[in-house]
Design a protein around this ligand. Structure first.
Ligand code: GAR
Length: 196
């Protein structure tokens, strides 16, 4: 079988999408293998999930960088260093709550994707589920897209729709979208890897 692409997943928190990707990539015919999880926070719950799954983890601690007055470029340089050290061929953002510098994104362009809990181009940026509720839409969902320097603006790879129900709160809508994310992300990553 052709060699599988070495995939890194970047997280900041819970890591449920990360877990879905790790599980999907266990299939022998999946075109990528998850070999590294990088967290921007040392206390991200996803870190222990990754370790239990036998995936190497590293923390590039954004609090430490802030304390040391090191800027976004310095942070992203360390991130890039960790990825190249591990011979990574593809990067998945999965709840990674940092804006990446243009320089970093250009280095990885075509080899970095993100999942966002809205039907982009609707509701970019923070709290897209709350934005969807405030807008009164009847359908929302999630998008896996290539990362480009402009936030949440890269070409879409795949989308999944979910209904917005009349009594939805931000929590109930987020949970319904998250369930769709766990199916969509592994499929979309497979698509993106098959294009390399
Ligand atoms: C997911 O809903 C993901 O789409 C969202 O954060 C959550 C992370 O959950 N990402 C963004 O809003 C990015 N702008 P997880 O840590 O359980 O995968």
């Amino acid at each position: 079988m052709a060699s599988r692409t070495r995939v890194a997943i970047l997280i900041s928190g819970r890591g449920s999408n990360m877990q879905a990707l790790i599980e999907a990539a266990r299939a022998a015919d999946y075109p990528g293998e998850v070999v590294l999880v990088v967290s921007s926070r040392g206390d991200a719950p996803g870190l222990s999930v990754a370790r239990e799954a036998g995936v190497a983890t590293v923390v590039v601690d954004h609090v430490r960088f802030r304390r040391e007055n090191r800027d976004r470029e310095a942070y992203d340089a360390e991130l890039h260093h960790e990825l190249t050290k591990a011979n990574i061929g593809f990067v998945c953002l999965a709840g990674f709550m940092r804006i990446l510098s243009d320089g970093f994104v250009r280095k990885w362009e075509g080899r970095i994707v993100n999942i966002h809990p809205s039907l982009l181009p609707a509701f970019r940026g923070l709290k897209p589920q709350a934005q969807a509720l405030a807008a009164g839409v009847k359908v929302s969902g999630c998008t896996v897209h290539y990362v480009v320097p402009e936030l949440d603006a890269g070409p879409s790879i795949a989308q999944a729709e979910v209904p917005v129900l009349p009594d939805d709160t931000e929590a109930t809508l987020s949970a319904r979208i998250l369930e769709a994310e766990h199916t969509l992300y592994p499929q979309a990553l497979k698509t993106a890897l098959s294009r390399l």
